[in-house]
Design a protein around this ligand. Structure first.
Ligand SMILES: C[S@@+](CC[C@H](N)C(=O)[O-])C[C@H]1O[C@@H](n2cnc3c(N)ncnc32)[C@H](O)[C@@H]1O
Length: 185
């Protein structure tokens, strides 16, 4: 079994996940605009340094809430530093996941899983937990990097999500990615 620090993206590489080039190629507002509405509660699992978290917090507005969840404390610290002293501090709840469970009990409308599902060893358990956290009609966007995740590996992930009780709604186009948008069925 691989060790956690060999499996997950290290905090030292977090700069490559949040920079202006990525913002240009994978604009969070363009990618998430069709799904995120004002007032929603959103769970960003594997939030990393908060590239999507922060923009989603703006999109849900004052009445919404983002739960930024990661298993690495160092990633959560990066998010904390970025929002310190801003109005987003009140909208973003930082949550440290366990090694084998997400551990969020608050029901959410939308879950973002961006470039992180391939780092999860037990996807069956993971999708079951996501389903339990979601409100009825809850939605999930999975986006994976094509270098790390082959087409067949991605389809295997989609199959496991379906088995856990999700239905495929669409296959959105996201730059340099494989993506699927799912609804709780
Ligand atoms: C490649 S980074 C992507 C970060 C962010 N979603 C983005 O696209 O910028 C993957 C992140 O997922 C986190 N992660 C991996 N497995 C996880 C799990 N089972 N629960 C929570 N976080 C996890 C890692 O710690 C890392 O911060």
């Amino acid at each position: 079994m691989t060790k956690i620090n060999e499996r997950v993206c290290p905090v030292a590489l977090s700069g490559s996940l949040d920079n202006s080039i990525r913002r240009w190629l994978q604009n969070p507002r363009k990618i998430l605009g069709p799904y995120i509405k004002e007032g929603m509660t959103v769970l960003d699992v594997g939030c990393g340094p908060g590239f999507f978290t922060i923009e989603m917090a703006r999109m849900v507005g004052k009445s919404g809430r983002i739960i930024a969840a990661d298993m690495q404390e160092g990633m959560l610290q990066k998010v904390k530093e970025k929002i310190k002293g801003t109005e987003l501090e009140e909208r973003i709840l930082l949550h440290k996941c366990g090694e084998n469970n997400i551990g969020v009990s608050e029901p959410v409308d939308f879950v973002l899983l961006f470039y992180m599902v391939h780092e999860v060893p037990n996807k069956e358990h993971f999708f079951n937990e996501i389903r339990a956290i979601l409100k009825p009609n809850g939605q999930v966007l999975i986006v994976e990097p094509p270098f790390h995740v082959s087409k067949s590996a991605f389809e295997e992930t989609v199959r496991k999500a379906r088995e856990a009780g999700f239905a495929v709604v669409e296959r959105p186009k996201v730059f340099f990615s494989r993506a699927v948008f799912l609804k709780k069925s």
